[in-house]
Design a protein around this ligand. Structure first.
Ligand SMILES: *Cc1c(COP(=O)(O)O)cnc(C)c1O
Length: 356
């Protein structure tokens, strides 16, 4: 059994586009890509197409995540990786993905764009939003190619037991890939499953520089998986996905000094998260502050709509997550700077009657 047996067979036969930069290096007189010889800015030249997978960035990310560089694919955020996985593994009108609500909305959106079905097996609220493994396995009996696990989960912030994910992965071997989206793992107590991705050939892990590494604007995320999956996704990815200034920004965020600063900031965010949670649990009108392992708190209110307006009146924009099953009375609040966290507390401490 080869993990590529799960992929769309027509893509396995596809002859990938071969770009100029893939076919040859860029030392010498470079006349193979119809580029301009003149940069606008000699100090930051942009007249050449960038490397499709810049070696230095790949090595840095591989070291950061403790994985072999051959298992790593860099793209425009983990959002692009979700899209590529669905397109590579799901045949329109035939295959499905499995999601576990309440969870990140992009999985289902990418499936809809591809024409793949979406099976939903809700997380078990009474067990701290745990995976319902028997139900997931039963739902995977036919047609499910990708099982998405968001760990820690967005928008609940709940951790996911790694032993459950690994057991699910082993049970689904030869039938489906388990895709673990670790966008918030830096803020969590638990460890990443990155070192298992590709070791178990049907386990895929997604990481991003958008959240903990403060680089959402650069759009850099990656997929860690078996080398065969990396090679397949490269076939269907555009030839030059990574803009050179974004690669430069990512490298600057991955120097030892920058990583040290990131570690301190992440610890600070976690401390602020604990502080705000303790402050909010006792406020009148607050039903529950979900225990969160992300850089956000999801709060259930007696009147979430009024709280949304109250925060807005104070100039604070939070995420309305009331459309998610089980969170019909909840708002998701990102942990910002200490001053921003204070502002949230001050606004929510006002009695609702005082809000116009
Ligand atoms: C923010 C987020 C992403 C998107 O990350 P990018 O790398 O910026 O595309 C992916 N998954 C989850 C769960 C997120 O919350």
């Amino acid at each position: 059994m080869n993990v590529l047996d799960l992929a769309r067979p027509e893509l396995l036969r596809l002859q990938a586009y071969s770009s100029a930069r893939m076919e040859a290096g860029s030392d010498g007189i470079v006349l193979n890509a119809n580029e301009s010889p003149w940069p606008h800015d000699e100090a930051a030249p942009l007249h050449r197409y960038p490397s499709p997978q810049p070696a230095r960035l790949r090595e840095r990310l591989a070291a950061l995540y403790g994985v072999d560089a051959s298992r790593l694919l860099i793209g425009r955020g983990s959002d692009e990786m979700i899209d590529l996985l669905v397109r590579a593994f799901c045949r329109a009108g035939r295959d499905a993905i499995l999601v576990q609500p309440p969870t990140f909305g992009m999985y289902a959106v990418c499936a809809a764009v591809q024409g793949a079905a979406v099976r939903a097996i809700p997380l078990v609220r009474e067990q701290g939003f745990a995976i319902d493994a028997p139900a997931v396995l039963a739902a995977c009996a036919t047609g499910v190619k990708l099982v998405f696990v968001c760990a820690p989960n967005n928008p609940t912030g709940a951790p996911v037991a790694p032993e459950t994910v690994l057991a699910l992965t082993d049970a689904l071997r030869g039938r489906a890939l388990v895709v673990v989206d670790e966008a918030y793992v830096e803020f969590a107590d638990g460890a990443s499953l990155a070192d298992q991705a590709g070791v178990r050939d049907n386990l895929v892990v997604l990481r991003t520089l958008s959240k903990a590494h403060a680089l959402a604007g650069a759009r850099i995320g990656c997929l860690i998986a078996a080398g065969a999956i990396v090679a397949l996704l490269r076939k269907i990815m555009p030839p030059y996905p990574l803009p050179a200034p974004c690669v430069t920004a990512a490298l600057a965020a991955l120097t030892p000094a920058a990583l040290l600063r990131t570690g301190e900031r992440v610890a600070g965010v976690c401390a602020q998260r604990q502080w705000l949670r303790r402050e909010l649990v006792d406020l009148p009108g607050v039903r529950e502050v979900l225990a969160s392992q992300g850089n956000f708190l999801t709060v259930r209110f007696e009147d979430a709509g009024a709280r949304l307006r109250q925060l807005l009146a104070a100039g604070i924009i939070v995420r309305d997550v009331r459309r998610h099953p089980g969170l019909e009375d909840a708002l998701r609040i990102t942990i910002g700077s200490p001053a921003e966290v204070q502002a949230v507390r001050a606004a929510l401490a006002q009695p609702l009657e005082d809000v116009a």
